[in-house]
Design a protein around this ligand. Structure first.
Ligand SMILES: Nc1ncnc2c1ncn2[C@@H]1O[C@H](COP(=O)(O)OP(=O)(O)OP(=O)(O)O)[C@@H](O)[C@H]1O
Ligand SMILES: [Mg+2]
Length: 361
């Protein structure tokens, strides 16, 4: 296991538009980061619980959830649930979280509940995570604000479709407000174009527009539309485990490499302990070398220079190949979009972003 020497980098995966690939990005980026030796915690702060389902956490295993953390009923350490992926854990969520928006209004430091929970968690120098990825709901209400207040940076998935830029300006304004009022160090880590369809001219046009508008903030890696990505959640595994070689999985591996490069020097935080593993990034591709622990060998089949390309071996060992049921149907797929954003009225007349109308900041 790689030793995290610093508090983890907390990245929030946010876009108030529904169905743009937030959860898919959190799950697969998390898997790719874990696979290259950067232990990662996914925090599911969406009442839909799609990240929890997509990472194979059954409902009856979601004992302590993000709801409990926000309400002060559990610490993050208590709620961390391991997944089948070595190095990848999750704080799961359930539908209980949909009530949290209203309950939070009554609580002190309502915008900082998650931040405070992380502060307590990272006080422990032996916490194992190098990255935290928070999967947000499709809204800009208190849950997303809590996530942004707790985060170092935002990763924005942007679907290559006609209205992509329209929603983005609203998101950027929210980030700006959070930075101004709640979290001055919040940055944009990057914007990732998702569901790119090379046969569709519109995808090209949108990608060109976004790059022209946002320049270097847009990752060079583009996530293609790929049916294997959409099939994976119904089997409770990330696409990287379901089909490592599919173009979507390969793109998420590249994205992890790009993200790690953007994070350096902060990724110096991932200093491999000498007897375990060493992380390097060559030509944008993360690799692990010198793996000695058996647990990592299971994960990486080649003993000399194992890399994320050997994930299928781990899949064979750790995760039985998903089966369809007798009548050929698959497990139910994840649920879709949440109800629209709650208005400031629902927050007792207090703006959930800038806390206008309240004495608290
Ligand atoms: N690159 C892709 N290719 C094909 N399908 C994709 C891709 N990315 C995501 N999907 C599918 O699109 C749907 C929406 O993706 P996802 O759930 O990740 O979006 P989201 O932004 O988290 O949605 P929500 O706003 O509801 O939380 C899912 O069915 C997912 O499997
Ligand atoms: Mg989602």
């Amino acid at each position: 296991m790689v030793t995290a020497l610093k508090p983890p980098r907390v990245l929030v995966v946010a876009n108030q538009k529904g169905g743009v690939g937030k959860t898919t990005t959190a799950i697969n980026l998390g898997t790719a980061l874990a696979a290259v030796g950067a232990p990662t915690l996914v925090v599911d702060i969406d009442p839909q619980g799609n990240a929890s389902t997509g990472l194979g956490i059954p409902h009856n295993a979601r004992k302590l959830t993000t709801y409990d953390v926000l309400m002060g009923g559990a610490t993050i350490a208590d709620a961390v649930t391991p997944t089948k992926i070595p190095g990848l854990s999750i704080v799961p969520s359930t539908v209980d979280l949909s009530g949290a928006e209203l309950e939070l209004i009554e609580l002190p430091r309502r915008n900082y509940r998650l931040k405070d929970a992380f502060a307590e968690f990272t006080r422990n120098p032996s916490q194992p995570f190098s990255y935290v990825l928070i999967d947000c709901p499709p809204s800009l209400t208190l849950l997303t604000v809590n996530a942004m207040a707790a985060a170092d940076a935002v990763v924005v998935p942007l679907q290559c479709e006609f209205f992509a830029l329209e929603g983005l300006s609203q998101l950027l304004k929210t980030i700006e407000r959070v930075r101004g009022n709640l979290n001055p160090q919040l940055e944009i880590q990057g914007i990732v174009l998702t569901m790119f369809d090379k046969r569709n001219k519109l995808s090209d046009q949108v990608a060109a527009d976004v790059r022209e508008t946002l320049g270097e903030k847009v990752y060079a890696t583009v996530i293609p539309r790929n049916v294997r990505i959409s099939e994976a959640p119904s089997h409770g595994v990330p696409a990287l485990v379901y089909d490592l070689r599919c173009p979507g999985s390969q793109a998420y591996i590249k994205l992890a490499g790009e993200l790690i490069q953007r994070e350096s020097p902060p990724t110096a935080a991932i200093r491999p302990s000498s007897d375990v593993a060493s992380l390097s990034v060559r030509k944008g591709r993360p690799r692990i070398t010198r793996v000695k622990k058996p647990s990592l060998r299971r994960w990486h089949s080649s003993s000399r220079t194992p890399s994320v390309t050997s994930i299928p071996a781990a899949r064979r060992i750790l995760i039985p190949r998903p089966r369809t049921s007798g009548n050929g149907s698959r497990h139910p797929t994840t649920t879709r979009a949440m109800p629209a954003a709650t208005s400031a009225r629902a927050h007792g007349g207090v703006c959930p972003v800038c806390a206008h109308g309240s004495s608290e900041t």
